[in-house]
Design a protein around this ligand. Structure first.
Ligand code: CAA
Ligand code: NAD
Length: 297
């Protein structure tokens, strides 16, 4: 069928950025039987990613092969073996079909990476960004292959969250778009599509919701703990908004709001929040730094 043709077009995937998101994307791609190269400028990050991928694969393989520990071990081992690592983005894209960028959320840094990759990758290779908040069109503006550029936005933790937002840029062709949708399905995700708008679907709703929760706390209307209990037990969310902000990272949350408030100064939902800025200035970034709205050991 045409869909299997599209799917089989992607055999070799390169993920640039081996942090929280890149390591998860590499893992789900390898679980689906595709060859992966995971790239980061920092080799310590790559060692850490391999450790977290290995731990996550052990948990997941035990769920997939519940009553067969041998099969579980084989699944985890084989998936892990499909992931190569590299510190050189240019050589890593020489024979790849799909590049997914998951580096720092900074337009200039993403531009300089994509410019280099555009010259190095084969003509057929599709480029995608996992950006949380930047415009796909603006990221794509520096490459020649604008027809083969789109957004593939995953959610944290990638191995567990079932959604993938597939974002069409201004120049994304139908064939590029359908290849991205098919690829998303091939790695086990449910795909939704969205135009290139701030935050796409999930973050356009989730970030203002988290921001409003912090403002509620800032006004002294309720405690962090009570806000979280309320949304978990009153709206059946798996985490409350303060816990979720700590989980996503307070720096990331602040970075998204700062970018949007600069671009859309009239939107009150995007305005900066003093409490959030203070926590970030104090190095309280949430789970990753050991403290945010809560303390973590
Ligand atoms: N790999 C493998 N397994 C994992 C895992 C990982 N990375 N993370 C969690 N799990 C497993 C746990 O081992 C556990 O398995 P068991 O049930 O077998 O014990 C299971 O998932 C549930 O985990 P926990 O018991 O630790 O805790 P939980 O029930 O609260 O689930 C959660 C954790 C899945 C993260 C859940 O709290 C949740 O869904 N939270 C909301 C997450 C969310 O909203 N993410 C989106 C953030 S926004 C974003 O990502 C976009 C952006 O651009 C910023
Ligand atoms: P992270 O800080 O955990 O990882 C980013 C990695 O990129 C770092 O390891 C860094 O060394 C590496 N890097 C930076 N510049 C590079 C370059 N030029 N070449 C190669 N590697 C480079 O960040 P993250 O949370 O994984 O986020 C990555 C991207 O995914 C961002 O665009 C972010 O907005 C987006 N995102 C984040 C989340 C989230 O919940 N954290 C969810 C969805 C999307």
């Amino acid at each position: 069928s045409s869909s299997s043709t599209v799917q089989s077009a992607i055999k070799n995937v390169t993920i640039i950025g081996g942090g929280l998101m890149g390591s998860g994307i590499a893992q789900v791609t390898a679980q689906a039987g595709q060859d992966v190269t995971l790239v980061d400028v920092n080799s310590d990050v790559l060692a850490k990613s391999q450790k977290s991928i290995s731990n996550s694969l052990i948990k997941i393989s035990k769920k997939i092969h519940k009553d067969n520990p041998q099969e579980a071990e084989k699944f985890a081992k084989e998936a892990f073996a499909r992931i190569k690592t590299s510190t050189d983005p240019v050589s890593a894209v020489k024979e790849t079909d799909l590049v997914i960028e998951a580096i720092v959320e900074n337009l200039e840094v993403k531009h300089s990476l994509f410019q280099k990759l555009d010259n190095a990758a084969p003509a057929h290779t599709i480029f995608a960004s996992n950006t949380s908040s930047l415009s796909i069109n603006e990221i794509a503006s520096v490459v020649k292959r604008k027809d083969k550029f789109g957004g593939l936005h995953f959610f944290n933790p990638v191995p567990i969250m079932r959604l993938l937002e597939v974002v069409r840029g201004m120049d994304t062709t139908d064939i590029t778009f359908s290849t991205m949708m098919e690829w998303g399905k091939s790695v086990g995700k449910t795909c939704v599509s969205c135009k290139d708008t701030p935050g796409f679907i999930v973050n356009r709703l989730l970030v203002p919701y988290i921001a409003e929760a912090i403002r509620l706390l800032e006004r002294g209307d309720a405690s962090a703990r009570d806000i979280d209990i309320a949304m978990k037990l009153g709206a059946a969310y798996p985490m409350g908004p303060m816990e979720l902000a700590d989980y996503v990272g307070l720096d990331t949350t602040k970075f998204i709001l700062d970018g949007w408030s600069k671009k859309y100064p009239d939107q009150p939902l995007f305005r900066p929040i003093p409490t959030l800025n203070k926590l970030v200035a104090e190095g309280k970034l949430g789970v990753k730094s050991g403290e945010g709205f809560y303390k973590y050991e």
